[in-house]
Structure formats: structure tokens, C-alpha cells
Design a protein around this ligand. Structure first.
Ligand code: 5GP
Ligand code: ZN
Length: 130
């Protein structure tokens, strides 16, 4: 299968791997948002959160905590944003979790289009109407 992250997992493409076990590999993002931006990637090729079973989900949370402690100890990060894209916004179609260290001076701003926003009440009705 022609998947970039599968190739990184197999070692066919080099990566700065900071943690590895039988289920996941964690390596630094090649185009980081902040210093220490890492990706937790399951060794099995799956695509979105819909493919993640409970056992893997549990394991990923365990690894998230391990990486959090490591980044805190080694890089003195001041916070950590964990996020994961599915479909739109997901460039690599092999499931991965972003671990993005936060620093007081990182100046992170997420900008969404305010004009497309409806009132939360309207959205609530849309979601809950049968
Ligand atoms: P996505 O948009 O799929 O949530 O995130 C994909 C991430 O993979 C991006 O942050 C991008 O910088 C990272 N990435 C893309 N190609 C490579 C690569 O070859 N090596 C590494 N380490 N990261 C990559
Ligand atoms: Zn893959």
C-alpha cells in the first residue's frame, strides 16, 4: 500500500522516533507547529477514528500520557494540545494523533470563518431533531 506513514513505520522512510512499542510509533512532525510536535501513529493501517477499537484507544491514551511526561521533563513544555483530524483537514489518510506542546509565547491562533456561524440553539435543534 502506498502510505507514507506505513513506510515510516516500516523504517523505509526515516523519522525522529521518540517512542515505539508493539502497537504504535511516535515521531516528530516534519513541519511542527511548536517544538516537540509529535505524532502518535498506530502500526496497523487505519484511517479515521471510526477504525479505532477500544483496546487501541486505551493504549493511545496511555501513550499520550507517556509522551506528555517526556515532553514536560525534557522540553519543559507549559501545556499540551491533543488533536486529530478526520476526512476534511486530514492530509495523511493513516490515523494519527497530534501532540502539540504549548508555550507562553507560541502565539497560536486558530481562525475559523465567523460568518458561517449559526446560533448554538439552532445547531442544537438540528442535532437533536429526529
Ligand atoms: P494531518 O493534516 O493529516 O492531520 O497531519 C499530517 C501531519 O503529518 C502534518 O502535520 C505534516 O507536517 C506531517 N507530515 C507529513 N509528511 C511527513 C513526513 O514525511 N514525516 C513526518 N515526520 N511528518 C510528516
Ligand atoms: Zn498507512
Amino acid at each position: 500500500m502506498d502510505c507514507l506513514f506505513c513506510k515510516i513505520i516500516k523504517g523505509e522512510i526515516p523519522s525522529f522516533t521518540i517512542y515505539e512499542d508493539e502497537q504504535v510509533k511516535v515521531f516528530l512532525d516534519i513541519n511542527p507547529n511548536t517544538n516537540g510536535h509529535a505524532l502518535i501513529v498506530p502500526k496497523k493501517h487505519i484511517v479515521t477514528i471510526n477504525d479505532v477499537d477500544e483496546e487501541l484507544a486505551k493504549h493511545i491514551i496511555k501513550v499520550e500520557k507517556i509522551i506528555y511526561h517526556k515532553l514536560k521533563e525534557k522540553l519543559h513544555i507549559e501545556g499540551l494540545t491533543i488533536c486529530q483530524n478526520n476526512e476534511l483537514g486530514q492530509d495523511i489518510k493513516h490515523y494519527h494523533v497530534h501532540m502539540i506542546p504549548r508555550y507562553q509565547d507560541d502565539n497560536w491562533k486558530m481562525q475559523f470563518n465567523q460568518e458561517s456561524l449559526k446560533e448554538p440553539e439552532e445547531v442544537f435543534k438540528q442535532i437533536t431533531t429526529k
